[in-house]
Design a protein around this ligand. Structure first.
Ligand code: DX5
Ligand code: ZN
Length: 224
């Protein structure tokens, strides 16, 4: 119905029941499953690897959106592609050769995205737009769920939207703009107005739910 896509982040899901969490959040209307990979090196937290991606794949009837917060990046790309990832994004600071990593993601059959921390300048986009399928803007510093949305990133969303619109006019290719971190029912309209297409929401989706109700996510996602 809406042109926007909702990508619940499994980071705030119940890790003991990931398959059910994926199944129920998709039944509630999730468009993508956002899969946060942290390595205790690029970010100070440790989450899930390709084996967990493979384990949830049978439950995921929508694309799996793998957000790599790891350094180095390249070795994990084919592993996640084989484990069922549909989209793979990484942070440009974490790859020695950004262009090569983007090419690698596509050669593995996945859609490729570049991720921008709140302080990372958008100039990284300039020479790689043809290699990209989506752009992911962080609205918190990566590493943890449940952080507060950093309001000054709204200006950056507007700036990125302009760049992508200009590129779409020139190239005919419309890249998706995804926003990740602190998105909730109170600010999602503002984030949409700034120009985002895809909304990652971790704690706003999984934090509020009653554990035993299979329809626990229905009204939350319907409200987004
Ligand atoms: C943060 C992750 C986010 C996070 C979002 O490093 O990339 O995907 O899980 O969680 P919330 O929505 O709780 O900020
Ligand atoms: Zn993420």
């Amino acid at each position: 119905s809406s042109p926007f896509l909702i990508a619940p982040s499994l980071l705030s899901a119940d890790f003991a029941r990931l398959g059910e969490e994926v199944r129920d959040v998709i039944a509630a209307g999730a468009d993508w499953i956002h899969f946060d990979v942290m390595d205790n090196h690029y970010v100070p937290n440790l989450t899930m690897g390709p084996m967990v991606c493979r384990a949830i794949k049978p439950y995921a009837s929508v694309p799996i959106d793998v957000h790599l917060m790891v350094k180095p990046v390249d070795a994990l790309v084919p592993q996640f592609a084989e484990a069922g990832a549909d989209l793979i994004s990484f942070h440009p600071e974490a790859s020695e050769h950004v262009d090569r990593t983007l090419e690698l993601i596509r050669s593995c059959g996945c859609r490729a995205g570049l991720v921008f921390n709140p302080a990372t300048p958008l100039v990284w986009l300039e020479h790689v737009l043809d290699r990209l399928d989506f752009v992911l803007l962080m609205s918190v510093n990566p590493g943890f769920g449940g952080q507060r949305f950093i309001v000054h990133t709204l200006k950056k969303i507007v700036a990125a939207r302009k760049m992508l619109d200009r590129y779409a006019e020139e190239s005919g290719r419309r890249l998706l703009l995804e926003v990740d971190g602190g998105v909730n029912l109170d600010n999602i309209a503002e984030v949409a107005a700034a120009g985002a297409d895809v909304f990652v929401a971790g704690s706003a989706v999984f934090g509020a739910a009653r554990a035993d109700d299979p329809h626990r996510y229905d009204s939350i996602i319907a409200g987004m």
